[in-house]
Design a protein around this ligand. Structure first.
Ligand SMILES: [Zn+2]
Length: 497
């Protein structure tokens, strides 16, 4: 029976592989052996949400690992805590394989912390503390697992020097490879999974040094080849496994989303809602006016003075500053019917939504009518592709039209996706279309349609080439001979029976 080796790279991007292909002989080789697959990430393509769909074969409304922040509830996601693995524990492809009597070796899965019992080995690490755990406890006690801890801090002024930041990530990749190869050789396995986040973390900060079309690109900068170098290192990482597999081992290279330029322009959806009377501005109090002005000023100063490090550190580490940036004191919550969700605003991401204020709109039929009115309001944007310019809003839907499941209420009532040139802004009393000041802070961002899926050594053909993340778990299980009823997953195996 075949076994499966899965190399999981957060943020590995299909177009970057094409761009660097002359320097990536091993990826190029696997690409030539793989069916041509198009992998689409989840909505939104956040790493925790996307990997959870890869692991469980379920859509985000079923596994529940989704984070939109509702400013009205003021329920701030505290990023100083690890994402809870509780929602996926016991439901992953390696849990199903373990139950089916197969042996697994799972190395550093994203959000696989704390670890849980499996039939084999599981190594998990915290993303906020320095802690690496193994199941079972007595394995790997001859190894220095501390080297697997994630790199804390950000590159730039006041943080880790850029060169050092890059070197630390290269060393982390090297340590991951060493532990991975040691598990590969010591442990019996039917499924082997190893994960690295470096191709996501580093481009978030270094995208603008690579992309000549980025407005913040600096000519002749010393970091212009950082992304290429990292892809070359990952290609060598892949070679180490490629050299060790036999013809019975199916090799899968997978990413949760692609990575590219963060939008440089924002569409202030809240301003559209304000103009149409769905959102009401709070009566001007001197303090809130100053507060808003300070907020806009702060972001401008940050982006104009290259204070990326300080800004992102503040955003990530200090809940009070994050609250400052994501709260909107100029909105009158007692009168506002609809508002854009905040995380989309702060990230200036093309993927987001609008929440309806159910404190005011209690009646279900009025709720439905309000949703339809807002969808109608935004829809003309979808079709407005005048001349050569693409529509700004790709689609706008009710949340239950994209996914169904017990956690669907974690989504905003209306969801939409912008053209990837645009991020979602949450400001009011300003232009609807604005420069995105946050672009300079973290210039790289997730891309939903550029995820990677390469599969080599398959001895059956694939039945289709358009693949969603939910298809991956059933595909892995069917390769090792565990065929489940289609009903337990949202995805289906892509391998012909
Ligand atoms: Zn990321």
């Amino acid at each position: 029976m075949p076994r499966v080796l899965i190399l999981g790279f957060d943020g590995m991007d299909r177009e970057l592989i094409d761009e660097f292909e002359d320097d990536l002989p091993n990826l190029k080789k696997i690409q030539s052996l793989s069916p041509k697959l198009r992998l689409t990430s989840t909505f939104p393509p956040d790493s925790e949400t996307a990997w959870s769909s890869i692991y469980t074969g379920l859509n985000p409304a079923k596994h529940g690992v989704v984070h939109f922040i509702d400013p009205l509830e003021k329920s701030l996601m505290n990023q100083t805590k690890d994402a809870d693995s509780e929602l996926i524990r016991g439901n992953t492809f390696w849990d199903k394989a373990s139950e089916g009597g197969k042996q697994v070796c799972i190395v550093l899965p994203h959000i696989g912390y704390p670890v849980w019992p499996v039939n084999g080995i599981m190594i998990g690490r915290s993303s906020v503390e320095d802690d690496v755990q193994t199941w079972s406890e007595n394995i790997l006690n001859d190894q220095d697992l501390n080297k697997l801890n994630t790199i804390k801090g950000f590159p730039g002024i006041g943080g880790i020097p850029h060169d050092e930041f890059i070197q630390k990530h290269k060393d982390l990749l090297d340590s991951t490879l060493k532990i991975g190869l040691s598990c590969y050789e010591k442990q019996e396995w039917d499924i082997f999974f190893i994960y690295s986040s470096i191709l996501d973390v580093v481009p978030h900060f270094f995208w603008k040094y690579h992309d000549v079309e980025d407005p913040d690109y600096i000519k002749d900068n010393p970091f212009s080849s950082v992304l290429r170098d990292l892809y070359i290192l990952h290609d060598k990482f892949i070679a180490q496994f490629l050299n060790r597999i036999d013809t019975e081992t199916v090799l899968m290279v997978v990413s949760d989303h692609g990575h590219g330029r963060r939008p440089t322009k924002n569409i202030n959806i809240n301003e559209i809602l304000r103009q149409q009377g769905f959102l009401v501005e709070a009566e001007k109090r001197a303090s809130s006016g100053i507060f808003e002005a300070f907020k806009c000023q702060a972001i401008e100063i940050i982006s104009n003075h290259n204070l990326e490090n300080i800004a992102s550190k503040l955003l990530q580490r200090l809940p009070s500053v994050k609250k400052l940036c994501i709260s909107s004191p100029s909105i009158d919550w007692k009168l506002t019917l609809a508002y854009v969700t905040d995380l989309s605003g702060i990230k200036s991401y093309p993927y987001g939504g609008i929440s309806i204020n159910r404190d005011i709109i209690k009646d279900d039929s009025i709720y439905e009518q309000t949703r339809e009115n807002i969808i109608d309001l935004l829809s003309p944007e979808v079709t407005k592709s005048s001349g050569s310019s693409d529509p700004a809003i790709l689609w706008v839907k009710k949340r239950e039209e994209i996914y169904d499941g017990p956690f669907i209420e974690k989504y905003p009532d209306i969801v939409f996706e912008l053209n990837e040139e645009y991020g979602i802004g949450n400001k009011i009393r300003c232009d609807v279309l604005e420069r995105n000041a946050l672009h300079a802070v973290v210039p790289g961002s997730h891309k939903r349609y550029n995820a990677v899926l390469l599969i080599s050594n398959l001895n059956s053909p694939v039945v289709r080439t358009n693949v969603s993340l939910e298809d991956i778990a059933p595909t892995i299980l069917s390769i090792i001979g565990l065929d489940y009823s289609d009903k337990i997953f949202d995805g289906n195996s892509i391998i012909a029976k």
